[in-house]
Write a new protein. Structure first.
Length: 180
């Protein structure tokens, strides 16, 4: 998961690359807990399960980032955001609160969202590629919990994936994928 999803205000350069499921793992360290609460369940499931690259414009559109800046302006933009928070012009606590709570889904919305995501994963990844389905099932199980309980479920799913043969095999592709 992109480090930016962990901070209350996110700045991006050209491409966001959530590669975890393509590497045989799932977002860990809170990534699969925060992203659905940040973007909404459907958008987060699509991004996580597919492990797809997202251009800056699309990341901005779905709410993955709050602003897109040129790489040479990133530090300047980040300092400006920090100053806005210090001056009280940016309510960073409001950004944080939804990430602490259960997902805001009715039972019908949850059933539709997770059933659709599982169907998509079965069509694209199948049964021999467990990371995307594990991610979807973990997010589904964690949806009704606040952050602390959701993080425990995420860890319980992440660790076996990280130790799997699939992760070891797919992890070898990581340097080639990001060297371009």
């Amino acid at each position: 998961m992109h480090p930016g999803d962990r901070f209350p205000y996110r700045l991006s350069r050209r491409t966001h690359r959530p590669a975890e499921t393509k590497l045989g793992i799932m977002p860990g360290f809170g990534g699969s807990v925060r992203l659905p609460r940040l973007l909404g369940n459907d958008s987060a499931l699509e991004i996580i399960a597919a492990g797809k690259d997202i251009g800056a414009k699309d990341a901005l559109k779905v709410g993955l980032v709050d602003a897109v800046v040129a790489p040479e302006k990133l530090v300047e933009a980040a300092l400006k955001v920090l100053q806005q928070a210090i001056d009280g012009q940016l309510d960073w606590r409001a950004y944080r609160q939804p990430k602490l709570e259960p997902l805001k889904l009715s039972p019908i919305e949850a059933a539709m969202s997770f059933t659709t995501a599982k169907g998509m994963v079965m069509q694209t990844a199948g049964i021999h590629y467990p990371a995307p389905m594990t991610a979807v099932k973990t997010i589904e199980a964690a949806a009704k919990f606040g952050r602390e309980e959701a993080l425990k479920l995420e860890t319980a799913s992440f660790v076996p994936l990280a130790r799997s043969n699939e992760a070891r095999a797919l992890g070898g592709h990581f340097p080639q994928r990001f060297s371009s």
